[in-house]
Write a protein of this length. Structure first.
Length: 210
């Protein structure tokens, strides 16, 4: 089973850089409603897919995404651009999901501007339809879901979303007292162990040979 360790660059990198530049320009101009709309349109489907994959519950993922929209709108003014906005968005998404997991009854009174709310609804509706359309899972993806939630998330961020190790360290870090570089190195080693574990599962289930 070949598992690549380094994400291949593609056209999405150029599109992401262009979107980030426009978002940053809007923020610098104080146009945070417009910037939030751009964030939702560009990153919303990706973030919704991440929440679906990690939540294990479509309703929980949808609720977390709705809360995420509010968090983005409120937080953009304070974002300092000392890391990628993509990693910051994943941190917000992860936090929104974890908050709802800790308190399933939690429901935030949301006050998104009317200009932004429709984009949130479109992303939820479109992403959910796409996820349902591709609901048949390949065998390797089923095996990945047998891993611990943290290991599954690590593979998701690195292999599916092609995130850099530093950004993964920012998203999955916190509370360990490590700096970003050290945490990234630790996660990279863990990634190798997870790949070995996934290979063992694939051999056990007859998907590949020794």
């Amino acid at each position: 089973m070949a598992v690549t360790n380094t994400p291949e660059p593609d056209d999405r990198d150029d599109a992401r850089k262009a979107a980030d530049a426009e978002i940053r320009g809007r923020c610098q101009a104080g146009q945070f409603d417009v910037a939030t709309t751009l964030v939702i349109r560009h990153y919303g489907p990706e973030l919704m897919g991440y929440l679906h994959a990690t939540a294990g519950n479509p309703d929980l993922a949808t609720e977390a995404f709705a809360e995420l929209g509010e968090d983005i709108w409120k937080g953009l003014a304070g974002f300092r651009w000392d890391a990628s906005i993509r990693s910051w968005l994943y941190i917000l998404a992860r936090n929104a999901l974890n908050q709802l997991r800790r308190d399933p009854r939690r429901r935030v009174d949301r006050n998104l501007p009317l200009s932004i709310a429709p984009d949130v609804e479109v992303v939820v509706r479109t992403a959910t339809m796409n996820i349902q359309r591709t609901a048949v899972k390949d065998e390797f993806r089923v095996l990945r879901e047998q891993l611990s939630p943290e290991d599954h998330e690590l593979l998701l961020l690195r292999l599916d979303n092609k995130m850099s190790w530093k950004d993964i360290a920012r998203v999955m870090g916190g509370g360990d007292g490590l700096d970003v570089d050290t945490r990234a190195a630790t996660l990279r080693k863990r990634f190798e162990r997870v790949k070995d574990r996934l290979r063992e599962l694939a051999i056990k289930h007859g998907l590949i040979q020794k």
